[in-house]
Design a protein around this ligand. Sequence first.
Ligand code: PEP
Length: 246
Amino acid sequence: MRRKLAAGNWKMNGSMSAMSEVDGLVKAHPDPSVDILLCPPATLIWSMASMRGEHPMAVGAQDCHAAVSGAHTGDISAPMLREAGASHVIVGHSERRADHRETSEEVLTKAEAAHAAGLVAIVCLGETLEEREAGRTLEVVGAQLAASVPASATGTDTVIAYEPVWAIGTGKVATTDEIAEVHAFLRAELRRSHPSSAAEIRLLYGGSVKASNAAEIFAVPDVDGALVGGASLTAEQFSPIIRALE
Ligand code: PEP
């Protein structure tokens, strides 16, 4: 049985004053029956990890470098994130694939680095609007899955997030039929590529998830939770999404 995961991606948002949101979440979910994860900017990982105290909420990062250390100005390695208090790291988010021209091959090396450091890798994939309209969605996400997910991935160290690029931060949500099609496809692909762990690897949906659409999305087969951007920034918005998973 895959445990549900509500993961929040703060992107380049948040400051020390936003730590009150963590306090709000922890108080709203003192004994959560689902996994909760927040991925703030790297500068806030340590503070957030301290703020959640003994609460099981996990703290993650939004990217890591593939190397452990070295001459990579501005980058942060997976062991550094771990030392700062992170247990998870998002890799291959579409904003990084677009803004930093990250390829699936680079995403794979980052996921492997995350695993080597003992971090759970949340591997993101998803098609652009142009690719969807050309009928290439399954081909695109299938290729990203094959190239970005380590061969050794298990349900313990890897989560996959399907995030249609056209649904991220746009308010446009994929229909439940569209989500169901892609998630069933990804599960089937995993059964071929990762037969021993396919049933355990969690598949999240991401793309304009909010309180008003969460329950409907979570009812879709093979949706094991969500990766939430904008609506994870406040406890008031994120908490109902967590509750919809419980
Ligand atoms: C994301 O950042 O991964 C995301 C899904 O953003 P939003 O929920 O704001 O669309």
